[in-house]
Design a protein around this ligand. Structure first.
Ligand SMILES: Nc1ncnc2c1ncn2[C@@H]1O[C@H](COP(=O)(O)OP(=O)(O)OP(=O)(O)O)[C@@H](O)[C@H]1O
Ligand SMILES: [Mg+2]
Length: 315
């Protein structure tokens, strides 16, 4: 099936700083893709490029297509239409919701913007809130954002986004600010609802377990590049790239999810500080001299697409 989102050899520079290098991804209609990787690897910038929410200093190369739209070339009205077809969810719901209005006013306004009359909008808001696991949605609709916990407010945000029936949902660490059990609940409900509605999902997260719980496939980013892409189950059980393996090995036990445990000795490098070879070379336990001098081609190993000179030995 043709992809809904197709990213080909994307590069992004902000001023003189390289941020993304040769990023390629594809998401089919209704599919969920996770993007995981340590801080600074370029996950958020990849999402922002798809939504064309970039600073003025941004220069892009390669191609991003959503449906039949060439996203990097859009301007004016077409760009606004493109953004309207996307649902976007970020980490902090409080920054995206007007604190003065009630939850109900917020939801009804969003649905009216999408063309519904007030009564239908209200009904739909109640239904979607209930589906997002909220008890007593009538009462919630009368409340103001400050009266809701972060977890409840994020459910409201996600409900508002899904009510607009986006073809593509872009979620950047949507549950990172919530406690661990709430994270899994909110993501599972979001995933169920968006699957029913036929919306595709790109989920950016630090958390590989969370990503594999809801995503069909996962892309692993490091230093502005995608190093491995694989079906979620393959990645969990048969990861190929040494970086993916390091990420898996460093997962904290479930009850300590909030403590930072280093993935590999050293710290992650941004794209700006990587050389011509594999960005992970300085931290890789199996690196050879060639790994620092030449970028590995992307190769298919089992069900994984992977960039690593050592694939034969590692796999
Ligand atoms: N406005 C900016 N100007 C210059 N560099 C930036 C800007 N925003 C982000 N960067 C750099 O771009 C790189 C990628 O950042 P990005 O926000 O995509 O990382 P990330 O993978 O989302 O990390 P995190 O997990 O911390 O959110 C980082 O090195 C970051 O420092
Ligand atoms: Mg980010």
């Amino acid at each position: 099936m043709t992809a809904l989102l197709q990213v080909d050899d994307l590069t992004l520079d902000l001023g003189d700083t390289p941020i993304l290098r040769g990023v390629s991804l594809a998401v089919r209609p209704g599919e969920a893709l996770g993007i995981v990787g340590e801080s600074g690897s370029g996950k958020s910038m990849t999402l922002r490029t798809v939504a064309r929410l970039l600073p003025d200093s941004a220069r892009t190369g390669g191609a991003v297509r959503v449906g039949d739209r060439d996203v990097l070339g859009l301007r004016g009205r077409e760009l606004r239409e493109h953004r309207r077809g996307l649902g976007m969810v970020f980490q902090d719901p409080r920054s995206a919701i007007n604190p003065v209005h009630t939850v109900g006013a917020f939801l009804v306004e969003r649905a009216r913007d999408a063309g519904q009359d007030t009564a239908a909008a209200r009904e739909q808001a109640l239904t979607v809130l209930r589906r997002m696991g909220m008890t007593d949605p009538e009462r919630r609709m009368r409340q103001h954002p400050f009266e809701l916990s972060g977890g409840l407010l994020q459910r409201v945000m996600i409900a508002s986004v899904l009510m607009e029936r986006p073809r593509l949902l872009l979620a950047d660490e949507p549950t990172t600010a919530l406690d661990v059990t709430t994270q899994a609940d909110v993501l599972a409900l979001t995933d169920e609802l968006r699957r029913e509605m036929g919306a595709a999902l790109v989920l950016v997260t630090h958390d590989l377990d969370l990503a594999s719980a809801v995503c069909d496939r996962i892309a692993v980013m490091y230093g502005g590049r995608v190093l491995e892409t694989a079906p979620a189950a393959t990645l969990r059980d048969d990861a190929v790239h040494p970086y993916t393996r390091a990420l898996l090995a460093s997962r904290p036990p479930l009850d300590q999810r909030l403590t930072e445990i280093p993935v590999a000795p050293g710290s992650p490098v941004p794209a700006a500080q990587t050389g011509p070879g594999c960005p992970f070379v300085d931290r890789c336990p199996v690196a050879l001299p060639i790994c620092g001098s030449a970028l590995p081609e992307e190769r298919l190993v089992g069900a994984s697409r992977v960039r690593c000179h050592r694939v034969e030995e590692v796999a």
